[in-house]
Design a binder for this molecule. Structure first.
Ligand code: ATP
Length: 449
């Protein structure tokens, strides 16, 4: 059996077990959009919660924000998105397919040859990625509004509000998780690149001249985050942007890349955005956006910004790919020799603990339900009594449940239960009374094997 990991296998498991569905599937699907099912929404929420805790709770100098998706259209002129947020685009005159010019073979592009059918390509033109719509009752163009292509601008336009309302002192950060929209031309590789996605961004405001120091600091912090998330660190690498890759606002930029089944790809960016954004918003809004530094003789300046910008939905794909394993667990020559297991960190797993009665009869089901009701207060706890116990373990392995608590006849006699570990499949018998404590300690001590 081929147990290598492929995107097809991830997509198939994601659908089969309720992680991710194609948007509007019964109508043939909507390109660039995906729906998160019962397992997927839990996983997504758990990743978001993990990031939020890391960035806000564990950093005294970072506060949160939830800005609106719809913003004043001048925001996007100031930010440079109206002018610069474009991809170079070519169309094939023959097969009518559309490509990003920077993603096709340069020789073919020079010859204007379609990479799919060999037909003739059009000249390269700029294509703006922002979705436009109309706000208000009149549809004459006066109500032009964009769906935000990034969450960062909501932070910049609120920076003064937050300094004033929360008495923030530089250096400080503002964190936000929210939807962003981009009219991506190529949306392959499942949820890697989509038109609607979620970002987890943090903008850190610093004194000019201290930007390089904090840029290094945030690079270290973001690398450490992934180690804590429990993913395989040998699958990650840094990519520094060369001069031709740097965005119009950036002085320096590094991406953290992950080795997905289709190769190393960007996971998140750490950018030194200088004072570009606040300067531009000051210019376009006419409002004074200088910071008054009381610790420096009331010096006035426009702060520099270090940005850490991650995709939540892309991180979910990374976590899925990283966790996925097809493992040989027996040698009988049947399909049962193999199990599919997701090695999620227990804090990310959609279900933390499943309670399984060995039998439905003789009061075991009642006892198991009782234990599950108790665990539900503290953990996301599932109950499953259907089918052979081995099958039930496999079902939980497939959605990455780290612990299965099995209730057997001995449980009735002496008040003990067995806890099966997802990764090692080893079982341990412990007293029911200490179950919550035991699980909490195991979650805290978790290390990927
Ligand atoms: P690319 O050059 O690949 O289009 P980018 O460098 O413009 O992306 P950023 O603007 O830096 O990306 O966005 C920050 C993060 O947001 C990315 O690292 C990625 O995780 C996520 N992201 C960006 N675009 C998408 C998308 N279309 N779908 C899913 N996630 C995205």
């Amino acid at each position: 059996m081929d147990n290598s990991i492929s995107m097809e296998k991830i997509v198939s498991l994601a659908k089969r077990r309720g992680f991710v569905f194609q948007s509007s599937e019964i109508y043939g699907g909507q390109a660039g959009a995906w729906d998160y099912g019962p397992m997927g929404v839990e996983l997504k929420n758990h990743i978001a919660r993990f990031w939020w805790k890391e960035m806000t709770q564990l950093h005294d100098d970072i506060v949160g924000l939830d800005a609106a998706i719809l913003m004043h259209p001048r925001v996007w002129e100031a930010s440079g998105h109206v002018e610069n947020f474009t991809d170079p685009l070519v169309d094939c005159k023959k097969c009518k397919q559309r490509f990003r010019a920077d993603q096709i073979d340069p020789d073919k592009l020079a010859r204007k040859e379609c990479p799919e059918c060999g037909g003739e390509l059009t000249d390269t033109r700029k294509f703006n990625l922002m979705f436009k719509t109309n706000i208000g009752p009149v549809d004459d163009g006066s109500g032009l509004i964009y769906l935000r292509p990034e969450t960062a601008q909501g932070i910049y336009v609120n920076y003064k509000n937050i300094v004033q309302s929360n008495r923030m002192k530089i250096p400080f950060g503002i964190a936000q998780i929210g939807k962003a929209f981009r009219n991506e031309i190529v949306t392959k590789n499942f949820i890697f690149r989509t038109c609607e996605f979620e970002q987890m961004e943090m903008q850190y405001f610093v004194k000019p001249g201290e930007d390089e120091k904090f840029f290094d600091y945030w690079r270290e912090q973001r690398w450490a985050y992934y180690a804590k998330l429990g993913v395989r660190m040998d699958k990650l690498r840094w990519h520094r942007h060369g001069p031709d890759e740097l965005a119009h606002y950036a002085k320096d930029a590094y991406d953290i890349e992950y080795e997905f089944p289709m190769g190393f790809k960007e996971l998140e960016g750490v950018h030194n955005r200088t004072n570009f954004d606040l300067n531009r918003h000051q210019e376009f809004s006419g409002k004074d956006l200088q910071y008054i530094d009381q610790d420096d003789g009331n010096a006035r300046y426009i702060p520099f910004i270090i940005e850490t910008s991650a995709g939540l939905t892309r991180q979910l794909l990374m976590v899925l790919c990283d966790a996925y394993e097809e493992q040989k667990v027996a040698d009988k020559g049947t399909d049962d020799d193999w199990r599919t297991v997701l090695h999620f960190h227990p804090t990310l797993a959609p279900i933390t603990v499943a309670v399984l009665p060995l039998m439905k009869k003789d009061g075991l089901a009642e006892l198991a339900k009782d234990i599950r009701a108790e665990l539900k207060e503290d953990f996301s706890a599932d109950y499953d009594q259907g089918g052979a116990i081995g099958r039930r373990y496999r079902r939980q392995d497939e959605v990455g449940t780290p612990f299965c608590v099995t209730i057997d006849y001995q449980s009735k006699e002496d008040g003990t239960v067995t806890v099966r570990d997802r990764d090692t499949m080893l079982q341990e018998r412990i007293a029911r009374a200490g179950l919550s404590e035991y699980l909490r300690a195991r979650i805290k001590a978790y290390k990927r094997v």
